[in-house]
Design a protein around this ligand. Structure first.
Ligand code: AMP
Ligand code: ZN
Length: 117
């Protein structure tokens, strides 16, 4: 697996070639506001490295997962989501995945129903 897919939208956002409203970054992870927000807070937390989706993670990616969720906690605290939030990652067509670079949706700022549609 290469670190970057030249045709991937989110790889271009990582590289700064496509603008985004970036709200977090470290050596392995960036986060930016979703262009079509579904909640008052809707941020996408992604690895800098191109990983297609959960199915393409391996047991060697434990540290990366830890860093992704660390970013989620930081962002949730910054957005004052103490009454709760949701973390979603869509995998494949049945789940409605549209961008094939791993991303965690961080959604908060309103109450949510369960199960999702
Ligand atoms: P998914 O459907 O789970 O693959 O999520 C992809 C998400 O990326 C959607 O919520 C889109 O609104 C969002 N998105 C697509 N293009 C951009 C962009 N250029 N900047 C920010 N978010 C985007
Ligand atoms: Zn990518």
């Amino acid at each position: 697996m290469t670190d970057r897919d030249p045709d991937c939208l989110f790889c271009k956002i990582v590289a700064g070639e496509i603008p985004s409203d970036r709200v977090y970054e470290d050596d392995d992870v960036i986060a930016f506001r979703d262009i079509n927000p579904r909640a008052p807070t809707h941020v996408l937390v992604i690895p800098r490295r191109h990983v297609l989706d959960v199915q393409h993670l391996t047991d060697a990616d434990g540290e990366l997962l830890s860093r992704l969720f660390s970013a989620v906690r930081t962002l949730a605290a910054e957005a004052a989501l103490e009454s709760g939030y949701r973390v979603v990652t869509n995998v494949g067509p049945d789940a409605g995945q549209t961008v094939f670079h791993l991303h965690l949706h961080l959604l908060g700022g309103r109450s949510m129903s369960w199960p999702p549609g």
